[in-house]
Design a protein around this ligand. Structure first.
Ligand code: 5AD
Ligand code: SF4
Length: 371
């Protein structure tokens, strides 16, 4: 398969960038900053063509299970941060999690993501470990299991890997240490995130990371550095989305939340998806729910921008509203049937197919791990 950018000879920006053997920071900045309608459409359709060439017209699914909104951390942007006393905290039981996993299994979603706020205590680690084992047992090992449970000790990661989880999502949130410090309290360390990403990779997980897009004071150069970070760390999957304001947070109290600020964040996030696809080619890229929080068609737009993964929520609806990382979380009242119908409509509109029953590993991960 050719590794060049498809020939978009009619667009001068893509022509000049496409002639490079390896994209550098300046090229990424130009692709991210271009704002004419012609460049915007050329970048999007180039990314989409690369997605079709590398992955085909397939959308992989991960049934998202929101395990708990209890979090020991205090990230400045997040609605479930420890200091937000205005939300009710919940923790699903093992039976509730297994039930949600079985729903995903019976719907042939192929794999699930267990996501929760961060807790590092032994009872939580053991609880997740036994839940993974139970899901593996009940689905005869057929359901792929991804974790998104934050920073943990090497030992916790190893126990969960042994129990049968094989993918892990840990967003770096921003590759800029300056921005990271602005967004987090002093005891949240950028270096610790890096330690975790390295440990996950050494343990043989497929590793995903991602960033928030459209943060106050974030520049296109910062975003270009985020993309270079993904390349340097040779990641298998990317889950990134627009920053969406949550009023009960320190950042939400000061960040712009006008219609134009929201529109700008959505457009930036879509552009990041496209440029990530052009740069990294064969990784999995999620069309995240935060896109949909800013536009009802956000996830469809994400697929058209070059994403290939969707994460329908399979948690019981009673706790969905309490797992509110940001305002305007979509799908809070959807039944699993609603969610499935909506996804099928979206994907068929874009001429793609949902890859039911497949784990949907990225070609990048399959090659890297020799599977
Ligand atoms: N807007 C968008 N995404 C957010 N997250 C947390 N708060 C917000 C917000 N206000 C994302 C973070 C985190 C993931 C679980 O949710 O990137 O890694
Ligand atoms: Fe907790 Fe994650 Fe929210 Fe930070 S982003 S407060 S670690 S749930």
């Amino acid at each position: 398969m050719t590794r060049t950018i498809p020939n978009f000879a009619r667009n001068s920006l893509l022509r000049s960038v496409g002639s490079k053997r390896r994209l550098e920071r300046d090229d990424l900045v130009r692709l991210l900053a271009a704002d004419s309608p012609e460049d915007t459409e050329a970048i999007r359709s180039c990314a989409y063509a690369i997605k079709l060439a590398e992955i085909g017209p397939n959308v992989y699914l991960r049934g998202l299970i929101e395990v708990s909104n209890i979090c020991a951390k205090n990230c400045g942007y997040c609605g479930i941060r420890k200091d937000n006393r205005k939300i009710r905290r919940f923790q699903l039981t093992r039976d509730e999690i297994v039930e949600a996993a079985m729903l995903a299994h019976h719907n042939r979603y192929g794999s699930i993501v267990l996501q929760a706020g961060e807790r590092q205590d032994e009872s939580f680690v053991a609880f997740i470990e036994s839940t993974i084992r139970e899901i593996r047992f009940r689905t005869h090992g057929h359901l792929g299991i991804t974790l998104s449970l934050g920073e943990q000790s090497n030992e916790a990661y190893a126990r969960w890997r042994d129990a049968g989880a094989h993918r892990y999502l840990l967003r770096i949130e921003t590759s800029s240490e300056r921005l990271y410090r602005q967004l987090h309290p002093v005891d949240h360390r950028f270096g610790e995130r890096l330690r975790c990403l390295g440990a996950l990779r050494n343990l043989g997980y497929q590793v995903g990371t991602g960033v928030l897009i459209g943060l106050p004071s974030q520049t296109v150069e910062d975003l270009a550095d985020d993309l270079l970070f993904f390349r340097e760390h040779d990641v298998d999957m990317i889950g990134m989305g627009p920053y969406v304001v949550h009023a009960e947070t320190p950042l939400g109290a000061v960040a712009a939340n006008t219609a134009s600020a929201r529109h700008e964040r959505l457009q930036r996030a879509l552009r990041m998806i496209s440029v990530a696809r052009i740069l990294l080619r064969d990784v999995n890229i999620a069309s995240t729910t935060a896109l949909q929080a800013l536009d009802p068609n956000g996830r469809e737009l994400g697929l058209l921008a070059g994403a290939n993964v969707m994460m329908p929520n399979v948690s019981a609806s009673e706790h969905r509203a309490e797992y509110a990382l940001y305002e305007g979380k979509p799908g809070v009242l959807d039944t699993p049937d609603d969610a499935r119908r909506a996804m099928e409509t979206w994907t068929s509109k874009t001429g793609e197919r949902i890859a039911y029953g497949e784990w949907g590993d990225s070609p990048h991960a399959r090659q890297r791990l020799g599977t």
